[in-house]
Design a protein around this ligand. Structure first.
Ligand code: H79
Length: 688
């Protein structure tokens, strides 16, 4: 009995552990404060009396080429007597921000907390001698705001390190060890840390994993930023100030600065109108929240620790607005429709939709298409004033009276439904073959490092029309996905299956139907693995010693790519299956269109990719990109003589909702991380 109890408790502990991330509080916070405060704040974007106009002001050491000793000497006068953690936390609260991310250490290596691993820190190297980060952490606890830290993975002060403007250098083993020790120090000495914002550098897969595991062991709920690299983060971070124009299906964030030119204080910044800035930033907040993300808006206090009045005023104004519309922001889910509306953005909570009207339609009718449910009513969220609604089939219209003025550029409407409601896309599939081509992709953001980041796909969603009470799905897959466990969810019911066995489905292709003609090699050349189109490959060279089906080792440098181009001709339009060996980054383009793009640096098992190539009649160009992070060579292998068959695996029958419109979701059952591409472009689901 006792044994059973112990087993049960252990199992429960595992379940609890499995649920630590994503941290639901993090997902609900929506709006947070970033603080860039460090030695650079003391300089305020000015060196030797001259404004430094290049680069961000927190990187003034790099952009003004300040000699190390001279930069270090700034610490002697860094005395932020106006620093007031209580006031800053209160400001964040008044602004509606639920957490604060503070720069524990930026690229200059100067630590804004009392570290025992270098004396280059605010307590030991300045006249101020106070651990400002500790003060902030404690004040956050006191006022109920989550505390979080920014931590630069590069450090210009670390012995032996150099400064490069791109900030994406590799991290030496000694420096990595130093980072590990400092992260441990932060994760154990500053109370609960809700997120750790690793930034820049270009780590090995192993280094990223070690840091991730360290943080997660010490604070299982602490969310790790995707800038850790190698797809190891718990949430993806867009490039500085970038808002994706697509919805992301995994936790993500946009970090934004008040002015695109700098994050830290810049004394000579032209700030313009507060009200325009408020409108601009509120619009960004709404965009991010409606796409399911977290908006992290930055302030850059002065060297004396005071908050810039412009930023304080803007945050307080934004806070008033956010409080007025809190219901439409906090705890909401992303826009449930597949596309943004022309007039603005949408969020959802339970059976309510919140409409943020940014561009008022001329007829003042705000229209939603693809709604399954009955509207109960609508009102202005600002004052509860009732609004007229019309509903016809799946189309809902809300009339905004002419005398309603936008509030900071937006009109916010609450739309209530009777009971539950669902959304359908404008386009419901009338086919029983669900493929990558007709799916709505679930996007994520895969990132090796800042410069090698791209939109990845981690799931598919389909809406289809079907009569009847149940359906039998069959998963059809290629040999490349053998052994992967996938989940298929239909109308809310889920099934998991390991792709193995099944009935062979031959493709109609015989030897000789497709002729492989020329093979040329381009590169190696320095590249970012970011999905940009491939430009100016030049003439390339013949691949000597290359044979189909045999591996050829090609020497390459760090962060270099090689491209192999095959010219092949097909007797007609047809599909063929080809197997490819992979590299750190692997991309295949057929006639200029990307058919696969994945990285293997985040722990994905390296096995050959089998891709279905949809050839056109006549000549086709197949371009394979192999990207190298830290190795000295890549192995090129391509094999078109694999069995030309796919495998059809029937699942158990599944119940359908009453009605004729249904949905199906598909993805990996155990993705190794949240942002790596799932690599399932050729999988399809057939419904019977
Ligand atoms: O802390 C802030 C930046 O200092 C840091 N991340 C944010 C949160 C950062 N370090 N490097 N980068 C971001 C990469 C940015 C590179 C560029 Fe640029 C931005 C290239 C062009 C615009 C930096 C600024 C180099 C030139 C201007």
């Amino acid at each position: 009995m006792l044994k059973l109890l112990v087993v049960a408790l252990l199992l429960m502990a595992q379940v609890v552990h499995a649920q630590e991330k994503p941290n639901p509080d993090w997902l609900d916070q929506k709006y947070s404060m970033f603080i860039h405060f460090g030695l650079y704040s003391e300089l305020g974007g000015v060196w030797k009396g001259e404004p430094v106009v290049n680069g961000y002001s927190e990187q003034i050491q790099s952009f003004a080429k300040i000699p190390k000793e001279e930069y270090m000497a700034v610490a002697k006068t860094f005395n932020p007597v106006e620093w007031n953690a209580k006031d800053i936390v209160a400001l964040a609260k008044a602004a509606g921000m639920k957490s604060i991310v503070f720069t524990s250490k930026h690229h200059d290596g100067f630590c804004m907390y009392h570290t025992k691993y270098t004396s280059y820190n605010i307590v030991d190297a300045t006249p101020f001698k106070r651990d400002v980060m500790k003060e902030l952490a404690e004040e956050c606890q006191r006022q109920g705001v989550k505390f979080a830290v920014y931590f630069s993975l590069i450090d210009w002060n670390f012995p032996g390190n150099r400064i490069t403007p791109h900030n994406a250098d590799a991290v030496t083993p000694e420096h990595h060890e130093f980072n590990m020790k400092q992260v441990e120090e932060i994760m154990t000495g500053y109370g609960p840390v809700s997120e750790i914002w690793f930034d820049m550098g270009s780590l090995t897969g192993e280094q990223s994993k070690e840091l991730y595991d360290l943080v997660t062991r010490l604070q299982p709920q602490c969310m790790v930023s995707g800038r850790l690299g190698n797809d190891r983060g718990d949430f993806a971070v867009m490039a500085d100030n970038k808002i994706p124009d697509y919805k992301i299906g995994t936790p993500w964030q946009t970090a934004a600065s008040f002015f695109n030119e700098t994050w830290s204080y810049r004394s000579w910044q032209e700030r313009g109108s507060v009200d325009e800035k408020v409108n601009e930033k509120l619009l960004s907040l709404v965009r991010v929240v409606s796409r399911g993300g977290n908006y992290l808006l930055n302030i850059g206090p002065r060297g004396d620790g005071s908050v810039v009045e412009f930023e304080r005023e803007a945050l307080l104004k934004m806070g008033k607005w956010v409080n007025r519309y809190a219901e439409a922001i906090y705890g909401t889910k992303a826009n449930p429709f597949d596309h943004a509306a022309a007039w603005g953005d949408v969020t959802r909570k339970g059976n309510r939709l919140y409409l943020f009207v940014e561009e008022m339609p001329e007829n003042r009718l705000v229209e939603l298409k693809g709604v399954l449910g009955t509207v109960e009513g609508a009102e202005l969220l600002a004052d509860g004033r009732k609004l007229e609604t019309e509903q016809e089939g799946q189309v809902v219209k809300v009339r905004i009276p002419a005398n309603v003025e936008p509030d900071c550029g937006m009109t916010v409407v609450r739309l209530r439904f009777e009971g539950d409601f669902r959304t359908v896309p404008d386009n419901v599939l009338r086919t029983f073959e669900l493929t990558a081509k007709n799916a709505i992709p679930v996007y994520a953001y895969s990132s090796m490092d800042y410069y090698s980041s791209f939109q990845s796909v981690v799931g598919y969603v389909w809406h289809f029309e079907k009569e009847g009470q149940s359906v039998v799905p069959t998963v059809v897959y290629t040999a490349g996905n053998e052994g992967d466990e996938v989940c298929v969810e239909i109308d809310g019911e889920m099934q998991r299956v390991v792709l193995r066995g099944g009935k062979a489905v031959p493709l109609s292709v015989k030897p000789g139907d497709v002729k492989w003609e020329e093979t040329r090699l381009f590169g190696p050349r320095e590249e970012c693995f970011d999905g940009e189109s491939v430009k100016d490959l030049g003439a390339g060279q013949k691949m000597s010693g290359f044979k189909m089906g045999e591996s050829l080792t090609i020497p390459v440098g760090e962060k270099e790519a090689v491209y192999v181009e095959h010219t092949l001709t097909s007797d007609r339009v047809r599909d063929i299956l080809v197997s490819f060996g992979v590299a750190d980054g692997f991309r295949v383009l057929l006639n200029g269109e990307t058919v696969a793009m994945r990285t293997y640096v985040g722990g994905l098992e390296r096995k050959p990719e089998v891709l279905k190539l949809h050839l056109r009649k006549g000549e086709n160009k197949l371009l394979v990109e192999l990207y190298n992070r830290y190795g000295k060579s890549v192995d090129y292998v391509i094999d078109p003589s694999i069995p030309q068959e796919m495998y059809a695996l029937p699942l158990n029958p599944m119940k359908l909702y009453p009605g004729t419109i249904h949905d199906c979701r598909f993805g990996l059952a155990h993705p190794v991380n949240k942002n790596s591409d799932m690599g399932m472009r050729d999988v399809r689901i057939e419904l019977k």
